[in-house]
Structure formats: C-alpha cells, structure tokens
Write a protein that binds this ligand. Structure first.
Ligand SMILES: Cc1cc2nc3c(=O)[nH]c(=O)nc-3n(C[C@H](O)[C@H](O)[C@H](O)COP(=O)(O)OP(=O)(O)OC[C@H]3O[C@@H](n4cnc5c(N)ncnc54)[C@H](O)[C@@H]3O)c2cc1C
Length: 443
C-alpha cells in the first residue's frame, strides 16, 4: 500500500483524506488539535466550521452553488454529508455543525488505512507524497518551514483585505481610466470626489460600525491598515494616503489643472485576468458588511456597485500560489507535494473543500502515473485554481467563488443582459465540462 500524508484535518484535509482512503492508500493524517488549538477552532473534530455554519447558496446558477455541485459531481464526500446535516435556511446550505463534523470523524475513523496522528507537523518531508492543508491559521513552525522551503518572500501574512466590485456596475459617466501623472498605461479606474462628496463619505466612514475582533486578530501591520483606522487619525489622512488626488486627470474635462483636478479620488485596481473585477485600492477594512456597502455606494460612480467580495480582517496565512503551485495544485519544486484549502489563497468553506478534493484527485493520479487533471475557466473550480495560479498577478490576494473569474459566455448579447438566463448558461456549460472530466476519472 503506497503511503501518503495529509497535513491538517480541516475542511480541505478531511475531503482529501477520505478521497485517498477510498482509493486504498495508507494515509498518515496529521492534525495538531486538540493538543494545540488555532485560536479559531474550539473542538477536536475534523472539518470544524470555525465561524458561520453556512455554505452559501444551493442554487446551481449562483457561483457558490455551482462550486458545490461541481465538487459533488467530482466525488466530494463533505458536501453530501453537509446536505444530510442541513438546517432550514431558505435557499442556502446551512448545517448543524456538530452533526456534520461528528459524521466526518466517524467516516475517517472507519477507514483502517487512515492513521490519525494528533501532532503538530513541522517539517516538510519531500520523500513522502504529501498534501498540505493546514489552513489560514497554520501552526507557526510549519509556516516557517514552508517559507524556508519555497522562498523567504513567498509566504504572506495579512490582516485586512479590500472589497472587490464588478466593473460593469461602475458609472463611467463619472469614473475615468488614468494612471497617476499619466505614467505607463491607464490601468486604474478613478472615482473622483468634490469636497462635499468627500465630507459625506468621511462622515459615513467614521461613524460606521466595525466587526468585532478576536484577540488573536487584533494586531495589524501599519502597511495594511484598515481604512477606518487610518481615517480615525485625521480627516485628511486619507486624502494624503490612498485617496490622494494629485496627478489624476479626467481628460474629458477641458480645464487646465497642474496638480489637483479633484478633492479626493478613490482608485480601483484590476483584480482578475479578464478585467471583470476591480478592488478598491487601500480599502482594506473590518467594517460590518452592511456598512461597507453603504460606504462604497456613497462614492460617486459606485452608487450601484455590485460587491463580489467584502473586506474582512483576520489573521491569515497563504502561500504565493502563482509562484509556488501549478494548475494541478502541485508544487513546482516537488512533484509529490500538493497544497489545498485556504492556505492556497482561496477564501471560504466551499472553496477549501473543493480544492481539497481537487488536490486529492491529482495526488491519486500522480501516484498512478496518470496524466493530471486540469479544469478550465468555464468551471467555477477551474476558474478559482486558474486565478490562484495565474503567474502574472501583481499583488496576489485571496479569492472566493464568483462569476467574474469565469470565462465570458458567447450568445445573444441582448438575452445575456438577463442575469438569470446568463447564469443558467454558464452553469450548464460548467457542469457539462465537469461531467466530461468525471468520465476521464473513471478510466
Ligand atoms: C476566524 C475565521 C473565520 C472564518 N469564517 C468563515 C466563514 O464564516 N465562512 C467561510 O466560508 N469561511 C470562513 N473562513 C475562511 C475559511 O473558509 C476557513 O478558515 C476554512 O476552515 C478553511 O479550510 P482549510 O481546510 O483550508 O483550513 P482549516 O479548516 O482551518 O483546517 C486546517 C487544519 O490544520 C490544522 N493544522 C494547522 N497547522 C497544523 C500543523 N502544523 N500540524 C498539524 N495540523 C495543523 C488545524 O488545526 C486545522 O484543523 C474563516 C477563517 C477564519 C480564520
């Protein structure tokens, strides 16, 4: 029996270990809990949900619903068990978290070929095929060793992330493309403000409610300071920081300006390969989500902004996947070491489970000398993996399932304006592709 290691019995690791156990490998599953806790986990169970008990929409024409369906078709164990432990919550999949993780524990324990080792895994042993799925709260010692193994600068820590919005929801009658002082390409979308508009924005920001912080989350780096903390240092701090207007000119306005055309400017930076998504530069935040929406929609040009990811703040560890991983979630350095789950830079429960499954599928194929599986960006899982392994990211940040990262769909432009119709087409396209891949897996 070939030996494999899975490190971390969280969401990704539990999915991976069960898949590999079914394939008959002898697996050493390392999990440091209950001896050492992460700061967010509170039990000794595998696949513990650390925060909300929701896995998002079950509608397969939503990004999250599609991801769940794709993984289920590819052989997920965790999603069907989650459905079995569903609690009423409308159109979304919310679970009885203890019912769920107890059942996952009994499945894992039912496999004689899984050896559970409740120890902290510290050193990567590249002589043994290994999936590392230690999550955003990976133990320090392992984090240090990953850093050593894959490059000093290739291991990130961050505390707050900025919201992302859909480009199509920006009002370009007000917003304009430009780079500061016209240097290089006009890569940024700029949302200008008058003094009155800035005053209104500032008032909303300074009075907005923040999400509560856990003690382990409370230290943030100066370089990644939440916008609300920066604003509390003075009314003009932002105008000399991320909202500075100098050198940004809307050429549609004919008047000559030497330095400032506007009082303040919010800049948006491209976030995905296809330029559907833009993040708000310098807007990392810990505000409650409702408050973020109110704040963003108070910015001229963003009144109708569709927010695909809200800013969040928590201790988080993720590797520089664009440099370290290939599209199979295999490290470029060692072909028998794979990463899965939130540590790869995907964000969220469903994303972690799905990448756990995908890494296990490819580990199995690698061990059998079969061609590894690649998913394209017509599928939600393939799009996520393409996003996190896209080599040319300027500043790689975690991402969750959303339509903006998937390939555009062809068809009647008028009909495609109907979102429901468009998502039905995208969803069908994805599931057809997954079905083809599933047939390959059976070979
Ligand atoms: C505070 C917080 C709240 C979150 N809330 C949500 C939410 O509400 N909704 C959502 O969709 N996502 C949320 N996430 C993001 C993410 O979905 C979860 O963190 C998810 O659990 C990630 O799955 P994972 O398998 O990658 O990691 P985890 O589920 O964290 O699993 C990693 C496992 O590895 C173990 N481990 C770590 N280091 C070692 C080591 N060296 N040796 C052995 N074992 C080790 C840990 O004990 C843990 O069991 C949250 C994240 C955090 C940190």
């Amino acid at each position: 029996m070939k030996k494999v290691r899975v490190i971390g019995a969280g969401l990704a690791g539990s999915e991976a270990v069960i898949y590999l156990a079914k394939k008959g490998y002898y697996i050493e599953l390392y999990e440091m809990r209950p001896k050492y806790q992460t700061g967010a986990h509170t039990t000794s169970y595998p696949a513990e949900f650390v925060c909300s008990n929701s896995l998002g929409s079950i509608d397969i024409t939503s990004a999250s619903g599609l991801l769940k369906q794709e993984a289920t078709q590819l052989g997920s164990t965790l999603f069907p068990i989650a459905t079995k432990n569903k609690v009423p919550s409308g159109n979304s999949l919310s679970i009885d978290r203890f019912g769920f993780c107890k059942e996952i524990e009994s499945i894992i324990k039912s496999y004689k070929n899984i050896k559970i080792i409740n120890e902290k895994y510290e050193r990567i042993d590249n002589s043994i095929p290994t999936i590392i799925a230690t999550g955003p709260l990976s133990a320090k010692e392992l984090a240090q060793n990953i850093k050593k193994e894959f490059g000093e600068n290739d291991f990130h820590f961050y505390d707050a992330i900025a919201p992302i919005i859909e480009k199509d929801s920006i009002d370009f009658n007000k917003a304009f493309y430009a780079s500061r002082w016209d240097k290089g390409e006009a890569d940024f979308i700029n949302c200008p403000m008058t003094k009155e508009e800035y005053d209104n924005f500032y008032d909303i920001l300074i009075n907005a409610q923040r999400a509560p912080l856990k003690e382990f989350e409370a230290n943030y780096f100066e370089g990644c300071m939440p916008i609300e903390v920066m604003a509390s240092r003075g009314k003009d701090t932002l105008r000399f920081g991320p909202l500075k207007p100098v050198g940004l000119f809307d050429k549609r306005i004919k008047t000559e300006f030497k330095k400032n055309q506007f009082y303040a400017v919010v800049q948006l930076r491209q976030d995905d390969k296809m330029a559907n998504l833009y993040n708000l530069v310098g807007f990392q935040t810990n505000l409650k989500w409702g408050e973020q929406k109110k704040l963003i929609q108070s910015i001229p040009s963003l009144e109708k902004a569709i927010i695909t990811r809200y800013g969040v703040m928590h201790a988080n560890t993720f590797i520089n996947s664009p440099k370290i991983l290939n599209e199979y979630l295999q490290t470029k350095k060692y072909e028998n070491i794979f990463f899965a789950g939130q540590i790869t830079g995907v964000e969220g429960y469903c994303e972690s489970i799905s990448t756990g499954l995908f890494a296990a599928i490819n580990m199995d194929r690698y061990l059998k000398n079969k061609e590894l599986i690649k998913l394209d960006n017509t599928t939600m899982l393939g799009s996520l993996i393409e996003y996190i392994t896209f080599k040319e990211h300027k500043k790689f940040q975690p991402i969750n399932a959303n339509w903006g990262i998937t390939k555009e769909i062809d068809g009647d432009k008028k009909r495609l304006k109907d979102k429901k119709y468009k998502n039905e087409l995208r969803s069908k396209r994805a599931l057809d592709e997954i079905e083809k891949i599933k047939n390959t897996l059976g070979e």
